[in-house]
Ligand binder design. Sequence first.
Ligand code: ATP
Ligand code: MG
Length: 280
Amino acid sequence: MTLRQAQDGALALRGEKLTRTFVSAAGEVHACVDIDIEVSAGELVVVRGASGAGKTTLLNLLGGLDRPTSGRVWIGDVEATALDEDALAELRRERLGFVFQSFGLIPILSAAENVELPLRIVKTPPAERDQRVAEALRLVGLADHAAQRPSELSGGQQQRVGIARAIAARPHVLIADEPTGQLDSRTAATVMDLIGELVHTQGLAAIVSTHDPLLVQRADRVIELHDGRITAVAGPAASVTPAVAVEEQNPADEAVAEAPATPRVPLTRAEAREQRRSGD
Ligand SMILES: Nc1ncnc2c1ncn2[C@@H]1O[C@H](COP(=O)(O)OP(=O)(O)OP(=O)(O)O)[C@@H](O)[C@H]1O
Ligand SMILES: [Mg+2]
């Protein structure tokens, strides 16, 4: 059995000209500016950028947790930005799974109970709930740890419970904001591998933020954010393509647009090794 909801390549998530401006006493912060982004079923997109680049803001907009100042979001074929709060919440529950840096597990519940919680909220019948919890824990490799509480699990295992909880309701899209931010680099790599495996075997669409350069190797596409703008997109073709919109509209980013076509982001392990060897 798989969680597959859509044919690979079907558009699962789309943002069009997303802009989010925060207004505070200190003035305006342009956290996202004119961002166009698409994620398809069976595709893992990594959003990379320094602290403050706008990663969380972008994922929150795409996940319907925040509203853009302007621009539109589609989750599958439904325009999320046209929905009222209740309809949006229902769409989120039905189609999206979220993973957070802090895991967000409830300490007094077992791994299985944590995974089951969102299914209880949407009133999935008990027999189906049990089946989905077992399936999700199996997919993240924790079938033998179902009864353990978070404090009895390692950080990596806790995040795998977090991922199981996110996929238990069989979402179309997984949205993960720095899911490896609290993990050591080796564990982070295994968690990222797991996300990649789920995407490629289960037909999930996933968008994951990180600032860890080593984790982008697992991505089908890497989007670089800088000051709320997309400054580069790297695909499996292993070339970093300066974002055309940025090139045209933001002269300050000329340096990025003029960067040589060599990949700054390693796309495969071999490329990463090569890059390390050349001391990049
Ligand atoms: N609610 C808010 N009110 C005001 N400014 C905000 C708010 N949320 C984010 N910002 C600002 O927007 C910008 C982008 O923040 P965001 O959290 O999206 O960055 P990030 O890339 O996720 O950073 P990090 O890697 O540290 O998590 C920052 O300058 C931040 O201070
Ligand atoms: Mg963030």
